[in-house]
Design a protein around this ligand. Structure first.
Ligand code: WT7
Length: 650
């Protein structure tokens, strides 16, 4: 038998069927959506698209010229109409779209009618600055309501937006503006972070100094500062809005019109401008937002705690929730200001029923301890979501018990910037979940695990692939169709290769194993970093772990583990031995880490993913590569110090 592509060690046997009282009122209670999609996936997606308002019906559901897809060809619709006008026209203008909370504690409530008014005015502002259909507008903002307003205003007039996360540097902003030749930049004087105002306009100015296509800059005043304003180029948002015409009809757009670019920050190479278009994208984000979170729009208070600068925010703070007429919470700042219970106080205050966040946040809360959530009434919650990284089973259990009170289904949602919307996830009213598994592809989606040769794996580890087009798939990399083909469609014929390892268990559940670049080779065994990390986090003292392979003369690679303990536990050599033994019993002696380095923090990207590349550099004693995407550069120095003295087991 061939060597397994990635080995399958970690066994997680706990299973959580949907609670009966949840299933009783769930939108999906049986397998009919799956059955319908299995019969004819295009007809299934056409049914979902029909839930939107189209000004012209489509002629063809799908044109598939691998790897280029067009969905709902010939159809026309407007995204901002679907997110705003149709709710207002249906008499729901008074429904709250966003309960917004600033970090200092200020708040704003925007109804659908308010949002529509703001969006129409800002759409006219953009027109007044010369933005027309087909242009691209750069947006570089903190988490303030003007951010979704700017995005929707672009969509209203057929301009694409390119949102650049507000934590990025001026270099990153400049590169993205230039790649898409943006004419207008929408930004702010700054935002609030950990109790202090952080300026943004200075970065924007630095970026624009090397971005000749920018003609106008619109600046939201958020921190009451007086940044330098360049005459004729820079304009205050509030001044332009005062004089803006309140009526701006939504332009019908072709289904395949570009809605936005979003750059994925590959850790080394030039960022890729991922292209998302109109009809298929909105169809899938609306469908998934409604069914994965079991949204009852009249009663739910939904909170996605991501930043809009990432795809999670685009799809699940802006477009999905608004298309569904949902009421959302939007929060500007950090989870530990003024104290480590900020999230739980928000949930209690607004009565949040659905929470969607990342494993990195959950593991941070684990580290801080249960006293913070315990100080608040979280009884309103009924669904919990996770996205961004594999969620370790223990973190899943912690979330389920300490945040969900043991009664909320946890939906672990696998997807990517490139997929645009959730692809693999439970449906909370029907799927029995297993902690750490994203379970099954959603109706209409087809995913398979394959081995090195591209042969389907029915049990065990391999590579995650998608076998047919889906409505919200990326339409390419802006300006680089060859790179699009090469990156996603060349490794396996006729399949989209996501770059992730995965395994299938004997019940067909999918378990994501992290990026394949992170797989280690120990004495010829291909061990997933995710599995060893989960075995470490399984120990009661561990909050977070990052595992990498470092070159080793005897075993090829040796397993090096960076471990953050939960508050109240002290690192020691003896404790390192306990953890090694724990991994050995949990997965097997092969996975026993050679070195354990205790550290208070791990290097993460600004979206919260552990940067294993940097940890490999540390483990192999190399000079550090590019650290520009790191959220907190100081962390690495600390880890280097710890690594230099960590005991190693031979
Ligand atoms: C990569 C995509 C999807 C929006 C945020 C991230 C990892 C994402 C999961 C999950 C295991 C996950 C994958 C994927 N990932 N969700 N539920 N379980 N891994 O978007 O920055 O484009 O990252 O995040 O490795 O390929 P992104």
């Amino acid at each position: 038998m061939a060597e397994p592509t990635i080995e399958d060690y970690y066994l997680e046997e706990r299973s959580f069927p949907p609670p009966p009282e949840f299933a009783e009122t769930a939108l999906v209670r049986d397998r009919s959506l799956y059955d319908q999609a299995e019969k004819d996936y295009q007809a299934f997606w056409a049914d979902q698209a029909a839930a939107l308002t189209w000004t012209k019906p489509w002629d063809t559901v799908l044109e598939w010229d691998l790897p280029f897809a067009k969905w709902f060809v010939g159809g026309q619709l407007n995204v901002s109409y679907n997110c705003l006008d149709r709710h207002v026209e249906a008499g729901r203008g008074d429904r709250v779209a966003y309960h917004w909370e600033g970090e200092p504690g200020d708040s704003r409530t925007l109804t659908y009618a308010d949002l529509l008014d703001q969006v129409q005015r800002f759409a006219n502002v953009l027109k007044g600055l010369g933005v027309t259909k087909g242009d691209t507008v750069a947006i570089y903002m903190p988490m303030v309501p003007e951010l979704p307003v700017a995005m929707l205003a672009c969509a209203r007039i057929g301009a694409a937006h390119s949102v650049v996360f507000g934590g990025f540097s001026s270099d990153a902003l400049r590169g993205r503006i230039n790649d898409a030749s943006c004419k207008v930049l929408v930004t702010a004087d700054g935002g609030w972070r950990r109790g202090a105002p952080v300026g943004l306009k200075g970065n924007a100015d630095e970026a624009i100094a090397g971005a000749p296509t920018i003609e106008h800059v619109v600046v939201v005043r958020r921190i009451e500062s007086e940044p330098p304003m360049t005459e004729g180029r820079d304009h205050w948002w509030h001044e332009l809005m005062q004089g803006a015409d309140p009526d701006c009809p939504a332009e019908p757009m072709d289904s395949e019109q570009l809605l936005y670019l979003l750059y994925t920050s590959g850790t080394t190479a030039k960022p890729k401008g991922i292209m998302h278009t109109t009809g298929g994208y909105l169809t899938q984000v609306a469908f998934t937002h409604k069914y994965v979170f079991d949204l009852h729009a009249e009663t739910d208070i939904y909170w996605c705690a991501a930043d809009i600068g990432w795809v999670t925010g685009h799809s699940y703070i802006v477009y999905g929730p608004l298309a569904n007429g949902a009421t959302s919470v939007m929060y500007e700042g950090t989870p530990d200001f003024p104290d480590k219970d900020r999230w739980w106080s928000i949930i209690e205050r607004y009565g949040v029923t659905i929470l969607y966040c990342a494993p990195t946040a959950i593991r941070t809360f684990m580290k801080w301890g249960t006293q913070y959530p315990e100080a608040h009434d979280l009884g309103s919650l009924r669904v919990l979501g996770s996205v961004g990284e594999p969620i370790n089973p223990e973190a899943w259990i912690w979330y389920h018990e300490n945040i969900g009170g043991g009664h909320c289904p946890v939906v672990d949602t696998w997807w990517q910037t490139e997929t645009g919307a959730i692809m693999i996830s439970p449906l909370p009213g029907v799927t029995a979940t297993k902690p750490g598994s994203a379970t099954f592809p959603l109706p209409g989606i087809s995913a398979e695990v394959v081995d090195d040769a591209g042969t389907k794996v029915t049990k065990g580890g391999g590579y995650l692939t998608l076998t047919r087009p889906w409505p919200s798939m990326l339409r390419g990399i802006y300006g680089d169709p060859e790179r699009y083909k090469e990156t996603y469609w060349s490794r396996f014929p006729d399949r989209y290769f996501a770059g992730d390892g995965a395994k299938v268990d004997d019940e067909g559940y999918l378990w994501l194993l992290g990026r394949v670049d992170d797989v280690m080779n120990v004495s010829g065994h291909r061990v997933s970093t995710t599995e060893v990390e989960s075995a470490l986090v399984d120990h009661a003292t561990v909050a977070e772990a990052a595992v990498v392979g470092a070159k080793d003369e005897t075993t090829g690679q040796a397993i090096i583990a960076f471990v953050t303990l939960r508050t109240g536990n002290e690192p020691s050599d003896a404790h390192g031995q306990v953890l090694r033994a724990h991994v050995a019993t949990r997965i097997g002696p092969i996975a026993r880490p050679k070195t354990i380095i205790f550290t208070d923090d791990l290097p993460k990207t600004r979206s919260g993913k552990i940067m294993r590349r940097l940890l490999r550099d540390v483990a192999e004693g190399r000079d550090l590569g590019d650290t520009t995407t790191l959220a907190d550069a100081g962390v690495v120095d600390e880890i280097k110090r710890r690594a230099a003295t960590a005991p190693t087991e031979e």
